[in-house]
Design a binder for this molecule. Structure first.
Ligand code: GLC
Length: 477
């Protein structure tokens, strides 16, 4: 079979620039696809952010440069490359757009990612990489699917490129005023209908309409996003494009997250040497200023502190949770209201509650390893990776049955791998926490559940093969 080439386009990627789960996926799926089938060659393309310049100055190699036209602008575009763990990464360089302290959050994000999306086509020429498939992710790269359809598919070899668009979170759609079409995107107004939605320009909608295949990050979320409660206004568009929508659950990088080899841990462990987990727990209690007591159940939350993660439920029932014989640790940053609330809780329960308003990867791994239960009561969760990472470290997840949490965690009572509640209701969550803490009091049963949780296969193997099936079948359309 001839080699099939995929250009994987992303706004973030682990190892280079990270803000959330998309970076984890971009950092592991391309590798997993190539491992699953040697006939597939994936190259990753992303913006050259300031931190990448700083951290990889000596490794970045210039491939070439050109000028990109974005509506009335003519803008510089450089392309750099790095090879890392057998994957070729390419970066689009434009200091005006990307030499900033953060990845996102600027008044001109729309223009920055419209530029990036347009530059993708210039980069392919510079890279001399003519892919069979372009795979894009979330609103930042949504215009790639649109440009391909309305501008480039009309020309030469680009005619045969198929495009895949993956929704990691439908909440962020890239919505702009109508002037954006002419002033920034720069496409003919005959195409307004593709991007227009509710009187505004909606980039995600454009990609959903233009892509050949639409995927999202779990089967359950694929169903949820055709409903008003989950689609953030796009349910209608999802429904009419439903025949090309597939839900494929993410995996995790089980080499990076491996308690047996993880250098962030003081004591390495696996199912057969499980006592190391307990040592990590005591170590963590000491480090966080919690009472060192192996018999107290340690519950952790590692999350962005935003509404859809279900933080409100935890706040509502916090004092009830603390009536149990438990300790609580929270790691994450986000909305100031939530940050302050958890700081307040820490001051109310000295020695029992630890609040860490930061994000720090080695520390997060010590928390995954050192806790007994991992709480993730999300209101919406397209896939969720933390429940899988926690499981990998033998920490039993308590989740709400939504999106990828529904697909990856089944309730203990049904012979499952965690504790699951259905309704978005803090009392339902509390019930499950109590059930889990009760089980924790029966060490033998609890350890056997923890080991079972740890043995669940959350590698990319199966999902990578599902993506390959999608690529294979696209041409039949
Ligand atoms: C987004 C979603 C999260 C998912 C991740 C990777 O961050 O909110 O649920 O796991 O993307 O697909």
């Amino acid at each position: 079979m001839a080699i099939k080439k995929i250009l994987y386009v992303t706004s973030e990627c682990k190892g280079f620039a990270v803000s959330g789960g998309l970076a984890e996926v971009a950092g592991s799926l391309p590798k997993a696809i190539m491992k699953a089938n040697r006939n597939y060659k994936v190259k990753v393309l992303m913006p050259l952010y300031k931190t990448i310049h700083e951290n990889y100055a000596s490794e970045l190699t210039l491939v070439g440069s050109t000028t990109v036209v974005l509506a009335w602008r003519s803008v510089y575009c450089g392309v750099y490359t790095i090879k890392k763990d057998d994957v070729e990464y390419y970066f689009i360089d434009n200091k005006y757009y990307f030499d900033r302290d953060q990845l996102y959050g600027y008044y001109d994000d729309g223009e920055r990612f419209a530029y990036f999306s347009k530059a993708v086509f210039a980069a392919m020429e510079i890279m001399k990489f003519y892919p069979n498939f372009i795979h894009t992710n979330d609103w930042h790269t949504a215009l790639v699917n649109v440009y391909l359809d309305v501008l480039y598919k009309k020309q030469g070899y680009l005619m045969d490129i198929k495009s895949i668009f993956t929704i990691h979170n439908i909440e962020y759609q890239g919505i702009y005023d109508k002037f954006f079409l002419e002033n920034v995107i720069g496409i003919d107004e005959t195409y307004t209908g593709i991007l227009e939605y509710n009187g505004l320009i909606n980039l995600m909608k454009g990609a959903i309409v233009c892509c050949d295949v639409l995927t999202t990050v779990s089967p359950r979320y694929a169903k949820e996003i055709s409903t008003t409660a989950y689609a953030c206004g796009l349910e209608h568009i999802i429904r009419i494009n439903n025949q090309k929508l597939f839900g494929i659950i993410n995996g995790i990088d089980t080499e990076f997250y491996n308690p047996m080899t993880d250098k962030a841990l003081k004591y390495n462990y696996d199912i057969d040497n499980f006592s190391g987990k307990l040592e990590n727990k005591k170590e963590l209690q000491k480090a966080l200023g919690l009472q060192v007591n192996e018999n107290t159940c340690l519950i952790s939350v590692i999350s962005r502190l935003v509404q859809h993660k279900g933080i409100d439920l935890i706040i509502e029932r916090f004092h009830d949770i603390m009536k149990e014989d438990v300790q609580f640790v929270l790691l994450g940053t986000g909305d100031k209201y939530y940050e302050d609330k958890f700081r307040e809780f820490a001051s109310w329960y000295p020695g029992r509650v630890s609040t860490l308003i930061t994000f720090n990867n080695p520390l997060s791994k010590r928390i995954y390893a050192g806790s007994d239960l991992f709480l993730m009561p999300s209101k919406m969760e397209p896939c969720g990776l933390s429940q899988m990472i926690a499981s990998r470290y033998g920490t039993v997840p308590i989740v709400r049955a939504t999106g990828g949490l529904f697909d990856s965690i089944k309730d203990y009572r049904n012979d499952g791998n965690g504790f699951v509640f259905k309704d978005y209701d803090s009392y339902k969550m509390l019930e499950k926490i109590k059930e889990a803490v009760d089980l924790f009091q029966k060490p033998e049963e609890f350890v056997s559940l923890a080991k079972k949780v740890m043995a669940v296969d959350f590698t990319w193997n199966k999902s990578a093969r599902e993506y390959i099936e999608i690529y294979k079948n696209i041409n039949k359309k």
